[in-house]
Design a protein around this ligand. Sequence first.
Ligand code: NAD
Length: 316
Amino acid sequence: MSTALVSGGAGFLGSHLCDRLLGEGHRVICADNLDTGSLENIEHIRNGDFVFVNHDLTQHFEIGEPIDFVFHLASPASPIDYMRLPLHTLKVGSYGTHNMLGLAKVKRARFLLASTSEVYGDPQVHPQPETYWGHVNPIGPRGVYDEAKRYAEAMTMAYHRQQGVDTCIARIFNTYGPRMRPHDGRAIPTFMRQALEGKPITVFGDGSQTRSFCYVDDLIRGLYLLATSGEHLPVNIGNPTEMSLLELAEAVIRVTGSESEIVFEALPIDDPQVRQPDITRARQVLGWEPEVTLEDGLRRLTDYLAGEPANAQVGV
Ligand code: NAD
């Protein structure tokens, strides 16, 4: 039986990844300091092959047993979180990534970095292929996250090229699903909460900026395929169906049957104008593409939030 370490495993994506790895028959060590994650995300796991370690991964981390995979997801991910924790975000992208790569080196483990579409910044190329180097403002409020991830990518490639570590890099585009925190500030949990509470839906700017939303099950399947492939260069994992934020708000209202109105608020600084993955490489290298449509994903999320037993397993 192989063992996987999941840093940030008590977070939104990390907890779904733990579920998937256990389902595939791996032993899982989940390491998290619960900064933005929570024990609630993993409390459903009743499995002798699962261990939780409460640890800040910017600090020295040692583990005695053999490790076959290191999935490095630990990092604040929502703008609300990384603007509240700017130095920590830089540290977890630098020291934290260094610690996890060092562990992968010692254990001869396959290493996966959870990178982000934010390495592309406010893109001048659309849709974004992995060959695009990005357009990032290093000194803006989002710079702490974008540059931490760019640095983490550079360090991952250095460990691969100089130290021979078996690494891969997933550039994750906006993902949604059960276990997102309703107040984490990201568009889908915010719109869903507002729609279900009958409150006005707050769209930034005029809502014409675009995003592409991937359902969590599709994303986790992509991460697993990448980790078990032999690929070393970055691969975009995201849903290429692009829509404006206004269209998203309308879809949320339709699916939830809400009577909320849409209101407009000031656009945050450095908010990217467009965002759409080119997933040609993911198709070619991993045979991966998303299967869950936005309407279907929003319906699953609505059922989950309503706590309907028939769909409760979506969150497990
Ligand atoms: P999340 O905030 O739910 O999860 C992050 C987890 O990392 C949390 O459990 C948090 O407590 C933990 N963590 C943070 N700093 C830590 C530290 N120093 N030591 C130990 N644990 C620490 O966010 P998420 O949406 O699940 O994102 C997971 C990863 O995926 C992040 O690296 C993020 O950058 C990346 N990502 C996510 C998305 C998305 O749409 N969800 C998009 C692009 C990239």
